[in-house]
Write a protein that binds this ligand. Sequence first.
Ligand code: CP
Ligand code: NVA
Length: 304
Amino acid sequence: MAMHYLTGLEFSPAETESLIDLAIRTKQQPEAFATALKGHSFALLFEKPSLRTRVSFEVGITRLGGHSLYIDHKDERIGVREATKDYAKNLSVWVQGIVARVYQHSTLTDLAQFASVPVVNALCEQLHPCQALADFVTIKEAFGQIKGIRLGYVGDGNNVSHSLLLLGAMLGAQVTVATPAGRGPKAQWVEQAQVLAAAHGGSIKLISKISEMGQQDVLYTDTWLSMGCAGTLAELQPQFAPFQLNETLLVQTGAQYAMHCQPAHRDLEISGAVMDSKLCLALPQAENRLHAQNALLLKLFNKA
Ligand code: CP
Ligand code: NVA
């Protein structure tokens, strides 16, 4: 049966750590993997817009000797023209892997149920595991380790926060999530993260007062309004403004670095000054998407 990557929990903590090390290796020695996926074609399905995910998968797959095709589902969601079951079975006849960005996590589980090839989550409303994988590659490069690193996430309790909680917990990081009251991460993912943290030496803390953030090694934020969510950034600004990642918060927490998965909204969830500062890891994070995903594909196809 094909192995999938829908939540990030498909790989054990030890396997995830080795994926991170493989990503760093593929970045340092790309020539060693230049033909690893020769003869492999990938369907990249997007129900939502993307820059980083689309480009990093397309370029990354090319660098592994494979081929990808972008299938635009922004106007018509997967499962509308034909049943997801038939769609997944047809795709499996031609391609060796499916990468999908969807509105509903259930679309991914349906694809995975009926496809005979690996399915990778390229973001859904619940999770963004490829992002978190690249972010922990970036943290390992910055600090030389992940275990014990204090990662403070500020903003909305969204898909990115869930994946940071899950992977951070399994890798032994100390993750604090600060959100306005009522905007915290979903209990389902927090509970799973707590179990993982207890087993692997990590810790999870949720707060709704930014003054309780304490000392951190790195601060992370993401948009206050994720794709597919109702409302406007202008409406959210009064509630979220105290959670902005800015120079004051970096000084208050002693954090050495700022992170953002992008796209960023300058002077909303992150100040323009922090985005442009040397402490900001947003570009290395974007670059590492390619290497993290290539490591993932190599593992899914037993090529490393
Ligand atoms: N971080 C990220 O997934 O960016 P895109 O939405 O541009 O793919
Ligand atoms: N939380 C954001 C992440 C974008 C990469 C969203 O889902 O829109």
